[in-house]
Write a protein that binds this ligand. Structure first.
Ligand SMILES: [Zn+2]
Ligand SMILES: [Zn+2]
Length: 101
């Protein structure tokens, strides 16, 4: 048994390598060694890794280049009774701007 190096779902060998049907990850990269070793040792420990590229995308229009998708994250302001500020970052030109409320 092996797990996807990206989304941790079960993967099966396809054509001599592991590939994930869910996210398209395959064992071609250096992550393959880790997956094989984890499977061989029989441990079921799930390692939670922080992936920078796993930022959520939303459909919105960039005010700078009119691209229709942008990354976003919420930033809580110091006062908890205020709504969090939403920071958008354009997928295409990386211009960032704020959405309030
Ligand atoms: Zn996957
Ligand atoms: Zn843009």
């Amino acid at each position: 048994m092996a797990f996807c190096g990206n989304c941790k779902s079960l993967v099966y060998p396809v054509g001599g390598k592991l590939s994930c049907k869910k996210c398209g990850w395959s064992s071609d990269g250096p992550a393959a060694a880790n997956v094989v070793r984890t499977a061989a040792s029989g441990t079921k420990r799930v390692v939670l890794e922080k992936k920078e590229e796993a930022r959520p995308l939303q459909t919105t229009t960039c005010p700078k280049c009119s691209h229709d998708r942008a990354y976003f994250h919420l930033m809580q302001t110091r006062r908890s009774d205020e709504p969090p500020t939403q920071i958008n970052e354009c997928e295409a030109c990386h211009h960032s701007w704020r959405d309030y409320g």
